[in-house]
Design a protein around this ligand. Sequence first.
Ligand code: SF4
Length: 323
Amino acid sequence: MAEFVKPKVVVSKCLEFQECRYDGEIIRDQTVHNLMPYVQFIPVCPEVEIGLGVPRDVIRIIDNSGSDQLYQPAKKLDLTKQMNEFSEQFLAEVGEIDGFILKNRSPSCGINDVKVYGGAEKSPVVRSSSGLFGSKVQQRFAQLAIEDEGRLKNFTIREHFFTKLFTIASFRKLKKEGLLADLVEFHARNKYLFMAYQPTILKKLGNIVGNHEKKTLQEIFECYEKELYKLLSKLPKYTSNISVSQHLFGFFSKDLSVKEKDFFISMIDKYKKKKVPLSSVASLLKSWALRFDNEYLLKQTYFEPYPERLIEISDSGKGRDYR
Ligand code: SF4
């Protein structure tokens, strides 16, 4: 069974950890719950941290000549400075982390789709923005795995988030240890996963590891990290997953029966039509890697980029193209 480094993840405390919402409620979240044995969570509630009690009067973002102001209408309190100061200090002191799972639509934690009202008094929504804490997270840690719990209900987004999170955590560990041999091995076992993400960047990463430019070890790790973040910045296209699967199929096709080949073709067709997840195609390929005892392929993270037990087929129904 594959071994995984435990990623460090900052999470909105009201998701599974504490009854700290404005109304004294907690939110049950399946993804956070499922991740508990596999990640080290750092829960935080920015509103409680700046001294607002539980329960508390609602706060909202209002438009102040184009900038976002965090405001508590019942007490006529402007909380912008406090929230920004807390966020900057918390994020400066949080240490090494790999990702964030934040509560969606919150004026503090939200990373997008947060309502911005036209003024302090009763006024309509004029635009959308990020919450104040969520916005600082995105400014400071744009390269990490950042999502809100709403988007993580979508299967494709969740799969990408987990892949990115566990890959970044694994790289963080080997960067700390600083051994070129480990980086070479990391690159080799991620080859097909990275090919599915962005083949051109896979090539650049290969050149960095090859070190024809005679860079120092520190420079190699830094260059690799930069390109790795670029590679993981977008979801892989499903067409790339198909071409990688077909490429892997090529390792076994000459040894398979006609029926087995037909079965693979029908599986790819079902994946194209969103009737089966990629993991079903990958499991089939892995079963052949096991049967033909292909050690090289069995080490590939493509078959299990994050712990298998996290695979949860449930989906918000917004499909592969939801961004
Ligand atoms: S969304 Fe953020 S600020 Fe609001 S209750 Fe949850 S953790 Fe606290």
